[in-house]
Design a protein around this ligand. Structure first.
Ligand SMILES: [Zn+2]
Length: 139
């Protein structure tokens, strides 16, 4: 007897800040926060600057231009929801405005063609109902 694997990914309720970030993504904008005290820019959303701990900051919209910092390629699915995606990449990217984030590069096979400092361009996709920022190789 075969059983259909549960491909549901349980996610915690987003914080107010993450919900705001996702709301902007749903509108097609990749946002990040910039500290009003030291100008540091960061992701993921948090209520204080991770550099100087100031709680004065503002949202900004990223250009979407980014570069590859590092990556891994998964050849094994550690959750049934990813079984039909292997091999897939998980990429650490630097947005040109400064924030560093984890994402994936779509439109390539596994990690084919990935290189440090490779230029990328963000685009909004969805994981189920959740809007997410993904990247493609910049043209
Ligand atoms: Zn700061």
């Amino acid at each position: 007897m075969s059983e259909t694997p549960d491909t549901t990914i349980d996610l915690p309720e987003p914080s107010e800040l993450l919900a705001a970030h996702r709301g902007a993504l749903a509108d097609g904008r990749l946002t990040f926060q910039r500290c009003s005290a030291c100008q540091n820019a960061w992701l993921p959303p948090r209520d204080r600057c991770p550099r100087c701990l100031a709680d004065t900051w503002a949202w900004e919209t990223a250009s979407g231009r980014a570069t590859v910092v590092s990556w891994v390629v998964y050849h094994r699915a550690y959750h049934p929801a990813f079984a039909d995606r292997v091999p897939y990449n998980v990429v650490l990217v630097d947005l040109e405005e400064g924030p560093r984030m984890l994402s994936t590069v779509i439109g390539i096979d596994g990690g084919e063609g990935l290189a440090i400092d490779l230029p990328l361009q963000a685009e909004v996709g969805h994981e189920g109902e959740v809007p997410v920022a993904r990247f493609r190789l910049a043209t």
